[in-house]
Every structure is written in structure tokens, then in C-alpha cells.
Design a protein around this ligand. Structure first.
Ligand code: TRP
Length: 443
């Protein structure tokens, strides 16, 4: 029996879901610490350039492939170019979905735990001790990861329209309001001037550091959900007539705004309290609670708003990661969505346990990094750019110019030729250069 493929209920639903995928832990947790470590504005400039030169073409390319093929990330390549090795991009994508969601679920769990703490009074005392104690524990982070994965599985279980679309249509507006409110509040705390200087005044010396380029490009892929077929899968649920260019532009602009406004939530508060922006992956969990505590009652409320925001952002992204694998296995195994979702979700939950344990309970390190940090940088800085590279090469070099413009919906747009050149030459060259720099830097 061949099952009928699902579709979005409306174009707005698709936009909200794709924006939900893009806006996530990447914009708040990952962006703030990567920028903190990458020298602030230098990181920001390279990141914005990557978004423009690489992010936009790769997103439009994923959209073009998905809407054209109307199938999952692996089958899309088989359908468009049968018998060719291009489908490796789809296979890498499904693999990346497992790997990314495994550690993403752990951090989603931390975020849920913190929301719960602020609901019941807030975190008092030394917040570094609290965080280190919590993530270093054996069972409690796994318990919260389990809850987070349960919510993710629940939404994907309900399907494209009743699960992913409906939840995104609710979560994204709430998220936006919370974020803007928090930024307005944070800017009143007294650290605004220093935060602006940190975020927007270029420190030229950071431009000579190759690791800043790698982390900024990795961040662009990660935050826009590119390079592993998530956007491809979402656009495969579009009717062939739906518009793509404006959707891609809208999602990219909003995702970038989200990251910048998150910066305006985190950095002013940070500088107001004289804390260190280069703290690393624990930044929002270790540093922000100090600030919330110092603010008293309103701080507990702000803390709750912040971590609920973070949890919802994480959830709407986690569902897109799960959906890549679920869409593939529904077709591959010809099993029902419900069964596939539960099985795949459970496997990913189990795969995440080593990441969770690596934070102190058991010493699991690879190349000197904790297992979780390794998964994060390996997928973000290597797997996603590689997947993105294969997809741009596929479209840029095996489709005719007419096809590229037509399937990208940009044939009648004055920017069409520029897009074609960027997709064919500039984006792959840029990805390749940064990837090679990454390898050399790493060796
Ligand atoms: N973009 C999300 C974030 O910023 C994470 C994410 C969701 C993702 N789906 C993805 C990253 C697909 C890479 C590929 O948190």
C-alpha cells in the first residue's frame, strides 16, 4: 500500500514551520556563546556574510529540490537524478538528523528544567554550581531530555498539519513577543552601551583567526537549519505552485533578527553585571540566572519567560530534525507515521544519553572535547557544510540555468542571474574554502 503524502494546510503554516525550524537553540544558546568566543562583532560580520552568500542560495536550493521532488531527502535525489551518487547528500542528512537531535534533545531538556525551576521560585545561590551539579548528575538531565523528546515525538506523531503546522503557528508568535519584551527589559539594566560596542564595533584582529570563519559559517548553516534536508523535507509538503523566493528571504531575515535580538537580551544583562561573554556553551545557563536572581521577583518572571522561550524555540526546531528521519523511514519501510515516529524518536533519545552523561557523570571525550561538544561542532562545522556543498553542486552543476531559475521561482526576478552565479560558483567556493581552512586548522 502506498500512503498518500501529507501537505501543509496553508502557505503561512509552511512559513511558520520553517521559521520554527530555523529559530531555535542556535539563535539564543549557540549564537550567544559562539559570538562571545569569536570576538563579538568580527564573528557577527562573517556570520552575516555567510548568511547572505551561502545561507540564501543553499536555502533556496533546498526548497527547489524539495518542492520539485515532493518526497523525502534521500528519495528526492533518486527521483531527480536516478542512479547517481548525489543521493549521498540525503543519506548524510538523515544521519545528521539522528546526530544533531541526539544532543539537541539534551539541551532542550536542560532548558525545560530551567523553565520549571523559575516556575517554582527560581535558581538561587551559585548558579554555576547549580548548573554543573545538574548536568553532571546521572539521571535528572536524562529525565528532562526524555520529557523534551517526548514532546517532540508527540508533535511529529500528530502529522504535518495537526502537529508541526499547528504547533508552529502557536509557538512562533508567542516566542517573538517574549523575545522583544525581554530585550526591551534587558536594555534598561545599564549594560546597553557596552553590549552595543561588543556586538557592533569590529575588532579587526579577530578577522585573521581562521577558527572565527569556521564557527561563523557553521553557525549560519546551523541556525538556518541547512545542509541536511530539513528545509528540503518541509518544502516537499508544499503544493508545486507555492512561492519560494520570498519565503526564503522572509525566514532568513527573521532568523537573523531573532539572533540579533537574542544578543540584545543576553549581552546587555551580561555586561551590566560584569560577567564574561566568552564563557562558552554554558553561557545562558550559568550566567543569566545570576542576573535573574539579582533582580528579585521581576527576575524570576523574566527567567521564566526566557527559559520558556528557549524551550519553545528548541521544540519547534527539534520537530524538524525528527521529521527528516521520519519522512524517510515512512516511505522506506512503508510503515505508519505513528509507528515510525515513536521508534525513530526512541532511538534518538537513546543516542543522546552519552551526550548527557558526558557532562560530568561519566568522562566521555573525543579529541579532548566532551562528547556533547564534539557532536555539536562535528555536525555544525563539518557535516552540515558538507551536505550543503553537495546540494549546491548538485543543483548548480547538473541542472540547466533555466531549471535552476524555474525551480527556485526566481526566473522573473531581476536578482535571478545573480542568484544563479552565487549558487553555481560563489557559494560552493566559499563553503569549500572554509571547510579546507577548518581541516588545516584542526590538523
Ligand atoms: N536551526 C535550529 C536552531 O537554530 C536547529 C535545527 C533545526 C537544525 N533543524 C535543523 C540545524 C537542521 C541544522 C539542520 O536551533
Amino acid at each position: 500500500m502506498v500512503q498518500k503524502r501529507e501537505h501543509w494546510g496553508s502557505h503561512w503554516g509552511f512559513i511558520m514551520a520553517a521559521m520554527g525550524s530555523a529559530v531555535g537553540l542556535g539563535n539564543i544558546w549557540r549564537f550567544s556563546y559562539a559570538m562571545g568566543q569569536g570576538g563579538g562583532s568580527a564573528f557577527l560580520i562573517i556570520y552575516l556574510l555567510s548568511v547572505l552568500v551561502i545561507g540564501f542560495p543553499v536555502m533556496l536550493i533546498e526548497f527547489s529540490i524539495g518542492r520539485r521532488a515532493q518526497t523525502d531527502a534521500v528519495d528526492a535525489f533518486k527521483k531527480i537524478a536516478p542512479g547517481t551518487p548525489w543521493m549521498a547528500a540525503g543519506g548524510l542528512g538523515v544521519l545528521a538528523a539522528f546526530l544533531i537531535l541526539s544532543f539537541y534533545g539534551v539541551i532542550g531538556g536542560w532548558s525545560l528544567r530551567y523553565s520549571f525551576e523559575y516556575l517554582t521560585g527560581g535558581i538561587t545561590g551559585d548558579s554555576t554550581d547549580f548548573f554543573v551539579g545538574f548536568i553532571g548528575d546521572t539521571f535528572s538531565p536524562i529525565f528532562w531530555q526524555f520529557i523534551f523528546m517526548g514532546l517532540t515525538i508527540g508533535i511529529v506523531y500528530l502529522g504535518v498539519q495537526k502537529g508541526i503546522e499547528l504547533s508552529s503557528k502557536w509557538m512562533m508568535p508567542i516566542l517573538s513577543i517574549l523575545l522583544v519584551g525581554l530585550a526591551a527589559f534587558s536594555l534598561t539594566l545599564g549594560g546597553a552601551a557596552e553590549a552595543f560596542a561588543f556586538m557592533f564595533q569590529p575588532d579587526w584582529s579577530a578577522f585573521t583567526d581562521p577558527s572565527v570563519y569556521i564557527s561563523a559559517m557553521g553557525q549560519a548553516f546551523f541556525t538556518l537549519s541547512l545542509g541536511m534536508g530539513a528545509m528540503l523535507t518541509y518544502s516537499s509538503y508544499l503544493e508545486p505552485k507555492e512561492r519560494l523566493t520570498s519565503s526564503a528571504a522572509f525566514i532568513i531575515v527573521l532568523d537573523t533578527l531573532f539572533a540579533l535580538i537574542s544578543g540584545l537580551v543576553i549581552f546587555p544583562a551580561l555586561f551590566a553585571y560584569g560577567l564574561d561573554p566568552a564563557e562558552g556553551a554554558g553561557l545562558v545557563f550559568m550566567v543569566l540566572p545570576n542576573i535573574f536572581e539579582a533582580l528579585g521577583g521581576i527576575g524570576t518572571l523574566a527567567g521564566f519567560a526566557f527559559f520558556i522561550l528557549l524551550s519553545m524555540a528548541a521544540l519547534s526546531s527539534a520537530i524538524s530534525l525528527l521529521e527528516v528521519a521520519v519522512a524517510y523511514f515512512i516511505r522506506k519501510l512503508n510503515m505508519s507515521r505513528k509507528k515510525v515516529t515513536v521508534i525513530v524518536g526512541a532511538i534518538i533519545f537513546l543516542l543522546g544519553i552519552p551526550s548527557s552523561l558526558s557532562q560530568g557523570a561519566v568522562s566521555i571525550t573525543i579529541f579532548g572535547e566532551s562528547f556533547l561538544d564534539f557532536m555539536d561542532s562535528f555536525t555544525g562545522n563539518l557535516l552540515l557544510p558538507l551536505g550543503g556543498l553537495i546540494m549546491v553542486l548538485f543543483v548548480g552543476w547538473t541542472w540547466t540555468k533555466k531549471e535552476v531559475l524555474h525551480h527556485g521561482d526566481i526566473a522573473h526576478n531581476p536578482l535571478g542571474p545573480l542568484y544563479f552565479l552565487t549558487a553555481k560558483f560563489v557559494a560552493p567556493a566559499a563553503i569549500l574554502v572554509v571547510l579546507i581552512m577548518g581541516m588545516l586548522n584542526w590538523l
